[in-house]
Design a protein around this ligand. Structure first.
Ligand SMILES: Nc1ncnc2c1ncn2[C@@H]1O[C@H](COP(=O)(O)OP(=O)(O)O)[C@@H](O)[C@H]1O
Ligand SMILES: [Mg+2]
Length: 609
């Protein structure tokens, strides 16, 4: 079981957690106070109606008179109107609080998600994050507003009813209230069981979602590996377990409700019996008896509501715990206070203090691990001069992406340092680093929106002409011009309305528009059509001009263009130099070349003849 499956929330009520949540309720304290007040009003007015019945019977029906009836009816009317106004206020208030809290939670969570580093996303499944931001936020907003409504109402209702009964007739009141202790015992017993069963249901449910996620994400892989049978078997185990636990929850709930109802009937029975004898003896009026019967029925309504709210609170506590764990996760990569003082933070960058780097970057004794104990780089050293372009070649898993990820500061060295113009890059702000860096990754990601928006994302204040010039420079203009909506064309979610080649061209435009000092390109291995291929190669050529660049290269044409080739093996540079020299070595590069590139070269040669 990993940390992203449902934890075993066997914890009792966790006041510490709820206190932290108060922060989210605080902006709504006046609405919540108002809400509590309105709920007490609703409860008291509700509890007044049996009182009105008592008056009706004792004053008008039994004596068979209509004297003073007008006043009574007027009072009744006032109560009805007041109650209608109360209910209206409560629904609008609670609705507003709910929507507000859900919105605030999502906003805080979203902001945090943008601050978190790459390593967080390595550890955390996207499905888990989505569930926190959608269903957990919703459940929490819902419980904080409506749950409180129910608690205030239920509590006030029971107190009001108890007080009215005792004030009407203390002896009869106490007899009826005698059902409370067994009710409390039964409630505690069953609530505990129901909560446990619910927890089990949620745990299984999250496993099922997990399996679904895997199933959807990995559908293609599953098909090619013929894993459907195995996956299905696992999925069936989960769903069977889900059915068992759900049935168990239903049984407990099914037992609890009749017990509450029976106790309610016993209360009513006691009222009838003790009240009835009282009426016969002439010490209790008919009205009082009827009112008492009404109260015993009313008294059990909040009990059921409260039972439901307790279950919801438990679920909400689990939601709260998960949301807070997201909100409170600290990013691994942060600017130190001294850095913020000089360079500003992401909201208030102090660009006046930002120097433009010349482009020299040095890895000095850099070691790096993603996971404890699995050293990917150890004592890695590399100096890249301003404007130099470096091609990284090597087998899959050799550490090429890790090297550029570190250069991009997506991750920071576990030990050692990376220096830019002779200074550790941690002495400058993350935003400073980002603003001098352009990258085109293997699977370029675009944001839904227009092509123009995506290019402008590289520099938000870019003008229309600059956007167009950037696109022309990297050969993206041609295909954009052919697009039916031109620069206004929508790229779709993640850019999926464009082909891979087109996405790369847009990414190049996005990278170059910021005129970065450093450039990183993780070349896609998947082949694009020859025409696009040529456009991309030209774009690479343009972008490299005058920039310090790292290129994870798979194509000979790209490799040849770079100033220096590094052959990486198990996180080490095993050979370096120019294409010709490396070939002459007849070593690792020669091997790679003969197995991978020679074919490509032959194709090229054939194509030209
Ligand atoms: N996000 C990650 N979490 C854990 N291990 C990783 C991660 N990314 C890469 N690795 C591991 O680090 C090593 C180097 O990977 P990588 O730099 O991606 O190599 P390359 O880009 O040359 O294929 C591999 O053993 C890989 O399994
Ligand atoms: Mg890689």
């Amino acid at each position: 079981m990993n940390q992203f499956e449902e934890h075993d929330y066997s914890k009792e009520f966790d006041p510490h957690l709820w206190r932290k949540l108060l922060r989210f309720a605080k902006p709504y304290r006046w609405q919540l106070t108002g809400l509590g007040f309105v709920m007490i009003m609703v409860a008291v007015v509700d509890a007044l109606f049996p009182m009105m019945n008592r008056i009706a019977i004792d004053r008008f029906i039994v004596p068979a008179t209509t004297e003073g009836l007008a006043g009574f009816l007027a009072l009744y009317g006032v109560l009805v109107v007041v109650q209608a106004a109360n209910v209206f206020t409560l629904i609008t208030l609670a609705g507003r609080v709910e929507v507000g809290i859900v919105h605030d939670l999502r906003e805080v969570g979203f902001r945090r998600l943008q601050e978190l580093s790459f390593s967080y996303y390595d550890r955390t499944p996207v499905g888990w994050i989505m569930a926190r931001m959608t269903s957990d936020a919703q459940r929490l907003g819902d419980t904080i507003s409506w749950g409180l409504v129910d608690i205030a109402w239920g509590g006030a209702m029971m107190v009001a009813i108890g007080a009215f009964m005792i004030s009407m007739n203390a002896r009869l009141g106490l007899i009826v209230l005698a059902v409370i202790p067994p009710l409390a015992v039964a409630s505690m017993y069953f609530q505990k069981r129901i909560l446990e069963a619910n927890r089990e249901v949620r745990k299984t449910n999250s496993r099922i979602s997990g399996a679904y996620n895997e199933g959807i994400m990995g559908a293609k892989t599953t098909k090619t590996l013929v894993q459907e049978q195995a996956n299905l078997a696992e999925f069936t185990t989960h769903t069977n377990r889900m059915r068992e636990t759900s049935v168990r929850t239903a049984i407990f709930s099914g037992l609890y409700m009749p017990i509450v109802l029976t106790l309610g009937s016993i209360g009513t029975g006691l009222a009838l019996w003790a009240g009835g004898t009282g009426v016969m003896a002439g010490v209790i009026t008919y009205g009082t008896l009827v009112a008492f019967i009404g109260y015993t029925v009313q008294f059990f309504e909040p009990v059921r509501e409260l039972a439901r709210v307790i279950t919801e609170l438990q679920a909400a506590q689990a939601s709260a715990e998960r949301i807070m764990s997201l909100v409170e996760t600290e990013p691994d990569i942060v600017d130190s206070l001294e850095v913020v003082a000089r360079y500003g933070d992401s909201f208030h960058p102090r660009r006046e203090n930002w120097e433009r780097p010349s482009g020299r970057i040095e890895f000095r004794n850099v070691s790096f691990t993603y996971k404890e104990g699995e050293q990917v780089l150890s004592n890695f050293n590399l100096v890249v001069e301003p404007g130099e372009s470096i091609a990284l070649v090597g087998e899959t898993g050799s550490g090429k992406s890790t090297i550029v990820n570190l250069a991009c500061r997506f991750y920071e060295p576990t030990s050692g340092e990376i220096l830019i113009d002779g200074r550790d890059y941690r002495e400058r702000s993350i935003l400073w680093h980002e603003s001098h860096l352009g990258y085109v990754l293997q699977q370029p990601h675009l944001f839904s929106g227009t092509i123009r928006d995506n290019i402008r994302y590289g520099r938000l204040d870019a003008s229309e002409q600059e956007i167009r010039r950037a696109a022309e420079l990297v050969n993206a203009h041609q295909f954009i011009a052919r697009h039916e909506n031109g620069y206004d064309g929508e790229v779709g979610e993640g850019g999926n309305l464009l082909s891979t080649g087109e996405k790369q061209l847009v990414s190049f435009a996005r990278a170059i528009i910021a005129d970065p000092v450093f450039f990183v390109f993780d070349e896609a291995t998947s082949s694009v059509d020859t025409e696009t291929e040529r456009l991309i190669q030209d774009a690479v050529q343009t972008v490299l001009e005058g920039r310090t660049s790292f290129i994870i290269a798979h194509r000979l044409s790209t490799i040849r263009r770079s100033d220096r080739i590094l052959v990486i093996d198990s996180g080490r540079v095993v050979e370096e130099g120019a294409h010709r020299d490396l070939l002459a070595l007849r070593g690792k590069y020669y091997q790679l070349y003969t197995s991978q590139f020679l074919e490509e070269e032959e194709e090229e040669v054939l194509a030209h003849h």
